[in-house]
Design a protein. Sequence first.
Length: 156
Amino acid sequence: MEPGGDHAFCHRIPATLFDDSDRSLLGTLGNGVNNQLLDTPEVLPGPLRIDNNPRSGKPEFNTGVLVPEELGQLGDAGRRIFHGPGIANFDAQISKIIALGEARSLDLRVEAFNLFNHAQFYGPSSVDGEVNDPDFGHVVSAEAQRLVQLAAKFYF
């Protein structure tokens, strides 16, 4: 059996911070595409203390420095001022072609996606960036687990 492609990549996705209360009084409502409101929290002085260990159960950042904006004012926090825990994905494939005479062959293949079954905290919604939510700053979702598929292809 010959090894197929071994693909690995690690990538961190920016966390999206927002405020759905419209405390800015600008009427910033969802745009119908991503429904993420345009108001952003206010940043107070202090360290952001990024913690990219979602297994700790702690918030991904110091939520005490991000608060709802003052009434009638737009918050000054950037919408993506830090990156969340991200993904570390390893895919692999092994295949073997078996000759079955001159004009026929059988291709057997095993493919694994997320081979080592790492938790994949992917996408801007993996970290709750809504300043008014009780889970603000916590990891709230992950992508699919390991996927293994078998394939056979008969050439004639």
